[in-house]
Design a protein around this ligand. Structure first.
Ligand code: GRF
Length: 212
């Protein structure tokens, strides 16, 4: 299964996928291309270092979302992408992209959805004083972080945490969860029934709770 990864930032989640793929631990998933809306982001450099094709669609060049979406679709389709992974991609996708990859776009979010959707989720969780937070991989729908939840990993919030230390603890779980979900999807073990998602044969969801 050809995977296209969309990125905007530092690309540590992309790196986690690349490292797993290099170890032969991504099942039938193959990272085929990396696209970004940010021309000089570190994530693109990681992709190039791994020898992957890349493309840039700068959102500032588009007055309407449809044109931006179509340009993304062109970059992804050029590499026959089957599954789109948003790994720190900081733009909302429109109907064109959702229609082009129905049920085949996933996102990693640094909070336990449906709590703390949107940007700066770690900050919102920290400020809210929650005792447990974590990350979520979900299918993308037309809302912001509202699609069906595939898998989650939890972390404890420590007394002496600040926003940054909480962010780092969540990120470490993101790096485990996202590749595990991508592999499960590529192995065709992920089934959606309305809003409920099942991972056949056992999934990455909640596994880390035992070690909290
Ligand atoms: C991650 O926390 C991800 O959940 C969020 O943006 C961050 C991206 O980090 N959407 P990176 O670019 O993968 O390092």
């Amino acid at each position: 299964m050809n995977v296209g990864v969309l990125v905007s930032g530092s690309g540590t989640n992309l790196q986690a996928l690349l490292d797993r793929a290099r170890r032969g631990d991504l099942g039938p998933a193959r990272i085929a291309v990396v696209g970004s809306n940010v021309p000089d982001c570190a994530a693109l450099a990681r992709a190039r270092a791994a020898g992957l094709p890349t493309f840039v669609v700068d959102h500032r060049d588009y007055s309407a979302r449809a044109g931006f979406d179509r340009a993304l679709m062109t970059g992804l389709r050029a590499q026959q992408v089957d599954l789109v992974v948003l790994a720190g991609f900081m733009r909302v996708l429109g109907e064109e992209m959702l229609g082009a990859f129905p049920g085949r776009i996933v996102n990693i979010h640094p909070a336990l959805l449906p709590a703390f959707a949107g940007v700066r989720a770690q900050r919102l969780a920290y400020d809210a004083g929650v005792k447990i937070s974590g990350c979520t991989v979900h299918f993308v729908d037309s809302g912001v972080d509202t699609g069906p939840i595939i898998a989650q990993a939890a972390v404890l919030v420590h007394e002496d945490d600040d926003e940054e230390s909480l962010r780092a603890r969540i990120l470490a779980e993101e790096h485990r969860l996202l590749p595990a979900v991508v592999r499960a999807i590529a192995e065709r073990r992920v089934v959606i029934e309305d809003r409920r998602v099942r991972i056949l044969g056992g999934g990455p969801s909640g596994e880390n709770l035992r070690s909290l």
